[in-house]
Write a protein that binds this ligand. Structure first.
Ligand SMILES: NC(=O)c1ccc[n+]([C@@H]2O[C@H](COP(=O)([O-])OP(=O)(O)OC[C@H]3O[C@@H](n4cnc5c(N)ncnc54)[C@H](OP(=O)(O)O)[C@@H]3O)[C@@H](O)[C@H]2O)c1
Length: 280
């Protein structure tokens, strides 16, 4: 049995892929009502909360591998690591980012704390250090649909954007056969490095109307996210990450996705085509 710790964009896609392959898969969710589509797809759904270890212990029963994905609050993800140790789950595939202990972004320091706790646990582990998700553009979709324009503090910085569905596919693949991936770190990206102006050009092509990009200041970016309902601390970290884009921090690609999946990583054009309705 493979346990996926949340049903967000990566967790849901990984669960669907595993269910499609007829692999036993369980997903932990806080709200069963949000998981009806997964249950219908053959995913076992366990009600729980990563802040409550006893609920993780129930979901961990009979589990051989875990896909550890969540908003990456250290205490919560380390609860999962502790539960996996108690249950003798063999392997944890950890979804992470460009983690570093001295990052200016708290979320990346938190990821390092979790990675270190996992490595010290004695469990088998694989780290998936992912570049920024294409799905972040879905937050801009209402503005793009309304104004055919979007802004960011990302400036001219290029980003090796990855489709979260490819992150899910890699996580699922490793969770099914973890042995050869134990102790490894993979750097997951899409196939190309795109600036936000490049992304606007792709969206223009796919949507058949001109989409324009305009630069924002840090404060405008932070406020736009807060206005869109993002909690203030998260908006601050997201705006910090986007300002680092402008300085080339995410200007990297790697070939781990094609090597692990035996097919190319999805392009931004594929992502935009699949989500065209959201931008229209
Ligand atoms: N976005 C990016 O560009 C990017 C890039 C690199 C790495 N990452 C990493 O990807 C991870 C996030 O993955 P994602 O995008 O799949 O997440 P997501 O779509 O934001 O979903 C988060 C999920 O966690 C659930 N959740 C939150 N707190 C919970 C709790 N206490 N107990 C149980 N479930 C809980 C939420 O459920 P509810 O519906 O109940 O709230 C939601 O389903 C993070 O580690 C992040 O650092 C992201």
């Amino acid at each position: 049995m493979i346990l996926i710790t949340t049903a967000g964009q990566v967790g849901s896609a990984a669960a669907q892929l595993l269910a499609h392959r007829a692999e036993p898969v369980r997903v932990l969710v806080r709200d069963l009502g949000k998981a009806t589509a997964l249950a219908q797809a053959g995913v076992e759904v366990a009600e729980g909360d990563l802040a409550i270890p006893a609920t993780i212990d129930v979901a961990m029963q009979g589990v051989s591998a875990v896909v550890l994905v969540s908003p990456a609050i250290p205490a919560q993800e380390l609860n999962v690591v502790g539960s996996a140790v108690r249950a003798g789950a063999g392997h944890v595939v950890k979804i992470t980012s460009k983690a570093s202990a001295d990052s200016p972004i708290a979320r990346r320091r938190d990821q390092t704390e979790i990675e270190n706790g996992l490595i010290a646990s004695g469990l088998g582990y694989t780290l998936l250090r992912n570049n920024a998700y294409m799905q972040n553009f879905l937050m801009l979709a209402p503005a793009i649909a309304k104004t055919s324009s979007f802004g960011s503090v990302a400036g001219d910085g290029r980003v090796g954007l990855i489709d979260a569905r490819d992150v899910a596919a890699v996580a699922a693949e490793i969770a099914v056969s973890p042995a050869s991936h134990a102790g490894k770190t993979y750097w997951l990206t899409g196939p190309e490095r795109l600036s936000y102006s490049d992304a606007a050009a792709v969206l223009s092509k796919v949507l058949g109307r001109p989409i324009t990009f305009h630069p924002l200041t840090f404060e405008e970016e932070r406020q736009a996210m807060i206005d869109a309902g993002v909690p203030e601390t998260i908006a601050e970290m997201n705006a910090q990450a986007l300002s680092l884009f402008a300085r080339g921090d995410s200007d990297w690609i790697a070939d781990d996705v094609p090597s692990l999946l035996g097919r190319p990583a999805r392009t931004f054009e594929q992502f935009a085509t699949d989500h065209a309705a959201a931008f229209s």
